[in-house]
Every structure is written in structure tokens, then in C-alpha cells.
Design a binder for this molecule. Sequence first.
Ligand code: NDP
Length: 455
Amino acid sequence: MAIWHTKTDQSDLVPRFMNWLEQRNPGEIEFHQAVYEVGINVLPFLREHTEYMEAAIFGRLTEPDRIVSFRVVWEDDTGKIQINRGYRVQHCNAIGPYKGGIRFHPTVNQSILKFLAFEQTFKNSLTGLPMGGGKGGADFDPKDKSDAEVMRFCQSFMTELYRHIGPDTDVPAGDIGVGAREVSYLFGQYKRLANQFTGVMTGKGLSFGGSEIRVEATGYGAVYMMEDMLAARGDSIEGKTALVSGSGNVAQYAVDKLIELGAKPVTMSDSSGFVYDPDGIDCDKLEWVRELKDDRRGRIKEYADEFGCEYHAGQRPWGVPCDIVLPCATQNELNLTEAQTLLRNGCIGVSEGANMPSEQEAIDTFQKAKILFAPSKAANAGGVAVSGLEMTQNSIRMSWSRDELNRQLRDIMADIHARCETYGRVSDDYVDYLKGANVAGFVKVADAMLAYGVM
Ligand code: NDP
């Protein structure tokens, strides 16, 4: 009998559930990790809400609606035929069309996309907007490719994907390795194949249906979340020394907002190492990073050469003394030892710009120390929230102003913070934001699934 039907002793519900999940999904360690991270909060909540338990809602949510996997064949600049594997995980459309990014990175596999799609469902729910969860990608590395190769790859990828997506079905966006260039190639190919100009992708260029504030939204949102957590403790971001990892889209705009709010970001990184600039990364230096990464596709080491600061090859920035931390590169980039080092060095808050950057033991360490910890599904939801606003603008064929969208983003992040408080308040002076985000995200989706009956 499935575990959610066992009404007697449920004290070991989490390990029994994980055992069931791991047997059904062998070897998918990132997916196991993501489900565990939600399950430790949601499964105990189900004990008091048996209607969800009896309808097996959480169990159903660990099985994606569908996964499409396909061959992507393209020709490189030397005329050689290359083969990659593409995916789209359509996780759950209970509260709106599937929505979530596309990742191009050599590490992409089914486990990683299932974890990302699972997370996306709860994150999208938390925004308060009508969006389901999905994620896609390919084991393709755009880094060492020419523009023409990236274009051919994107066109081939979309030639299969286009039959599975649509403005009311599934609306992909960018993610790691899929920026403005890739979204444009993908959207252009969709438009050509479907013979329709619709809001089928978000993150588009401003001249063809894109939204103001979309590129800034994830990084800005992660900093807004930190601002709200600090404010709830009577503190502010001003004057805080901040560690940021990554130097891509999320990291750049997190640094941008930190500077604007008077904090001092001192690190950025890429997959080769990190730079430590004790004087702080200012607007001019950030502009230089933007040009380095977006235009020249260079390495962060060049920052150290340009501005005469430290570069640490093959390392992550978590050993540098700081007040606050924004991991904005990738999953599992902050482990137990690094979390302990951060605490020893004075860190009081973590806001996860990347998806699942902290390993479970690192999260446990932050929570035990009762520092401020905003999990990615809350902290980086600003990006998908503005994607949702892009969908709305496309549907009504209007474009809202930058100020209007920034105001809406700010309000949505404040609402997310409030929802986390509702379900995560432990005592007068401590909010478990992870529990708050997990339960708040779950309840909205679960109520919709209950209403639909058994499917
Ligand atoms: P980008 O591709 O723009 O940047 C990714 C950054 O992370 C780069 O600096 C990259 O370095 C670094 N990185 C990638 N893989 C690794 C790795 N294995 N080890 C160390 N560093 C790595 O991606 P985004 O900024 O868009 O995304 C960053 C994170 O934020 C991801 O987890 C993504 O899922 C998440 N996210 C992004 C959203 C968005 O709106 N863009 C929305 C919500 C979440 P290098 O250049 O060397 O590869």
C-alpha cells in the first residue's frame, strides 16, 4: 500500500516517502534532493491536513505530467554533424500553463531538469500568478560556439520543441546558457514554424514582445528578499558586505541592486574561480563585468588583472568575511564546511539567487544558527514573476513602463516574503522561510489538484 494511505504511525513519513521516491527514480540525486527539501516541510504539514494526504497530492506532485526527450542534430562550423539531447519536463499545470526556463549546459540531464521543474511549480505558485511549472534544456555548451553554431543549434532544438509548447500550454524562458541571443533564435524559429506571433517564450527582446525589468528581475528580486528579511528584524542592507557568486545574469543584477541600496559586494565568480575586491564592486566595475561576460564571453579572472585584486582559481567565494551572501551561479555550490565558515566569519543572511545553490547540510546549518535564509523558490521568484507579467502584456498586446514593472516586482517580492511569514513563523523573532515557502507554494497547487478530482 502506498505510504500516504497509511493512517497509523506516520512518525517516519519522510524517510519512508524518500525510500519510495528513490526506488521509483533511481540515480536521480538532484531530484531526490529537491523533493526531500520540500518534503521535510510539506509531509509533516499533511498530518494535520489529511485531505491532501488521502488524495496523495504530494506523491502525485513527484511525478511530472510528462517528460519529452528528443534528439537535436546540427552542423558545426567545420561541417561536422553534432548530436545533443534535448528535454522538456512539463511538471504541473494545475494553476496555469507550464512555465520555466531552458538550460543549455553540458551537465544537463533528466534528474537536473526534474528537480528544476519540481521547484518551479512551487516557486510559480508562490508568486501569486497563474503559472504552472516546467523546465527544459539540452546538454549543449554555447560557451565555445560561434553565433552561427548557436543559431543552428537553437533552430534544431525548437524544430522539435515547438509542437509541445504554446502560449496557453507551455511558455519557456531563459536559464543558464540561454540568454537574450538564444531566446531570440528560439523564438524566431518558433514563429517561423507555427506561423504565429504569440507570447510563447519570455525573456524576448524589447522590440519583439519582451518586458522591461525582465533581465534585472531575478537578481533584483533576490536582493529585495534580503531587504525584507533584514527589515523584519529591524535591520537594513545599507553598509553590509556581500558575497555574490556567479557573474551571469542573476549575479550581475544582484550586484547592481546591492550597490544601489548601499551594500558593498566584494566577490563574483565563474566556473573557473572567484575574484575578491575588498574595495567593493562599483557601478563602473560592474559595467566592465557585463561587457566581459555578455559581449566578450570572457573569464572572471580578467577582472582581477584589470582592477588589481585577488583571483582564486578553482575556488568559491565563501571563505571571505561578510555580512550577507547571495549565491547566484548554480546548484550545490555551497556545502556544509563552507556554511560553517560563513557563520564563523559573521554571515547573518543568505538569499539564494541561483536554484538550490546550498546543499541540504548547509541549509540545516543556517537554520540551526537561525540566521536569515531565503530558499531559491522564494528568493529568485522575481524572474519568473516578471515573465508572468510579460505573458500578460503579450496577451493584452500592451507594454508597461519600466517604473510600473519595477513597482509590480517589488510588490510581488514583498507578498512572497509575507506568504513565507504566514506559514513559516516559528516565534516572535524567527521565521523559517524555507518551511514558509514550501508550504505556501504547496497549498495553492494542492487545492487546485483537489478540486480537479483524481487525475
Ligand atoms: P548565466 O548563464 O547567465 O550565469 C551562470 C553563472 O554561473 C556564470 O557565471 C557561470 O560561470 C556560473 N556557473 C555555471 N555553472 C557553474 C558551475 N557548475 N560551477 C560554478 N559556476 C557555474 O545563468 P543565470 O545567471 O541566468 O542563472 C544562474 C542561476 O540562477 C541558475 O541556478 C539558474 O537556474 C537560476 N535562475 C535564473 C533565473 C534567470 O532569470 N536568469 C531565474 C531563476 C533562477 P561560467 O560562465 O564559467 O559558466
